[in-house]
Design a protein around this ligand. Structure first.
Ligand SMILES: Cc1cc2nc3c(=O)[nH]c(=O)nc-3n(C[C@H](O)[C@H](O)[C@H](O)COP(=O)(O)OP(=O)(O)OC[C@H]3O[C@@H](n4cnc5c(N)ncnc54)[C@H](O)[C@@H]3O)c2cc1C
Length: 422
């Protein structure tokens, strides 16, 4: 694996054979989650495909020229021509493999995949998801001497890792950078001795056998499972969103706001996330237009007061986006005035969408009892409807989703499980 700069782009990429190029940034959790996958795949495919990394912040001109609008972005080249699909955001190992395999003849792919040897490991408890809920369960189980593994498709930290500032987690007088708070939580659990398998793809989950397969070859078994998979951002589901995701439309201010220095952005949403993240984006962008469907923001009063005193932020209330389009370097957002039905056009350099969350239950939703919104129902010890399967944090059915409530759920499940295993 080699690091290049824009000066070497022509020689190393355009005048080379098969290449995978990773545009990465600093302070970018999805970039950090990609790094170990990229490295392990470089070991497998490195003889046949050149693995290159390029630091987006220091090579902005090239990134702009190639319309790289999100970090990380993976681009595949065959003899100087871009091929296949660009991958951005939380990139799955299996999607990289799919693209790499398309670059190579079938016989070569068979030889490479033949080198992967299946493995099996066994634990008392496996925790799916290393956000605050999963990390706290891991800490309590470890301190109770229960052999535990934490599994995450990204790096540890969950939403806290991408929240720029947390001011309501008890024990800290000053607001904490979310990245540091989640780092400290993770280190505390890791130093205790909990095993970590992070930045992996979950290939399959068998709740009955309490067995999961990671990256298609690594089987992990346990006596108990804790589901702590949290939530993911809702999509708007309107024309242009999927096409422009990672190409001007972003769901992560921590990852992408720094690229909008002195530019204009549109933020969709009006709850706590939208209001707080707009304030953060205003550290970089010079104009932010927030689009919100109701006649007032639904965030907490402190956040709204801060927003109202920020001269860079203006609001279009009672408006809803109808479509996104690209026009050269600009993103065109068509919004409807919900009162007059008039369609207006907003021209910006980028769009951030914060319109709520959906629970990450795709892997187990037909096996567990869910509430009407799709969140997992639990009892007071965090037991789900499935024997030996617990759930904690934002993924469960409850009224308030905060770091403190996720941490509390993790504590309860761990104590209940430690007692049962004893
Ligand atoms: C922008 C934003 C700002 C916020 N600010 C605050 C705040 O200031 N104060 C506060 O108290 N709360 C805040 N919250 C809410 C808080 O972050 C959540 O309540 C908390 O993180 C929930 O923790 P969790 O462990 O349940 O889930 P998450 O933090 O969502 O973590 C879930 C983890 O599970 C992983 N995962 C997902 N699917 C799988 C799978 N199939 N297998 C394995 N792993 C999986 C994810 O990668 C992630 O690491 C904020 C949320 C957002 C989005």
């Amino acid at each position: 694996m080699t690091e290049i700069t824009s000066v070497e782009f022509e020689k190393e990429v355009l005048k080379s054979g098969k290449v995978i190029l990773d545009f990465y940034s600093s302070e970018c959790p999805p970039c950090e989650a990609l790094a170990p996958k990229f490295e392990s795949l470089a070991k497998l495919y490195g003889q046949d495909v050149k693995f290159l990394k390029i630091f987006r912040q220091k090579n902005r001109e090239l990134a702009d020229q190639l319309v790289v609008k999100s970090s990380p972005t993976l681009i595949f080249y065959d003899n100087g021509k871009e091929v296949g699909e660009r991958l951005t955001g939380g990139i799955k190992r299996s999607d990289i493999i799919k693209n790499l395999n398309k670059l190579l003849p079938e016989s070569k792919v068979a030889t490479i995949t033949g080198k992967i040897k299946p493995t099996i490991s066994e634990f008392d408890v496996m925790i799916l998801g290393a956000g605050p809920g999963g990390l706290t369960a891991g800490l309590y189980l470890c301190q109770a001497k229960v052999n535990t593994v934490l599994i995450d498709i990204a790096l540890p930290g969950g939403h806290v890792a991408t929240t720029h500032e947390v001011s309501n987690y008890p024990g800290f007088i000053e607001p904490q950078a979310g990245y540091m708070l989640s780092h400290n939580m993770s280190e505390q659990t890791k130093l205790c001795g909990t095993a970590y398998k992070v930045a992996v793809d979950v290939t399959s989950v068998d709740l009955k056998k309490r067995e999961i397969v990671l990256d298609e070859y690594e089987t992990v078994k346990a006596k108990k499972i804790i589901i702590a998979t949290g939530t993911s951002p809702n999509l708007m589901g309107i024309p242009g969103e999927v096409e422009l995701k990672g190409k001007g439309i972003s769901y992560c201010a921590t990852c992408d706001a720094k690229y909008y220095g002195d530019k204009e952005v549109v933020v969709i949403g009006g709850g706590n996330s939208a209001v707080e993240e707009s304030d953060f984006i205003s550290k970089f962008a010079n104009k932010i237009t927030m689009v919100h469907q109701f006649d007032a923001f639904t965030a907490n009063k402190t956040a709204i007061e801060r927003l109202n005193s920020n001269p860079k932020i203006s609001a279009l209330l009672q408006h809803e986006p109808r479509s996104f389009k690209r026009d050269g370097d600009k993103i065109i957002t068509e919004v409807e005035d919900l009162q007059t039905k008039e369609i207006k056009t907003l021209v910006s350099d980028g769009v951030f969408i914060f319109i709520g969350m959906k629970p990450n239950v795709q892997l187990f939703k037909n096996k567990l009892t869910l509430d009407q919104w799709g969140y997992i129902k639990t009892d007071e010890d965090m037991r789900t409807s499935f024997p030996d399967v617990f759930a904690v944090g934002d993924v469960i059915s409850k009224k308030y989703r905060q770091i403190t409530t996720a941490v509390a759920d993790g504590t309860i499940a761990a104590i209940a499980i430690a007692k049962e295993l004893n």
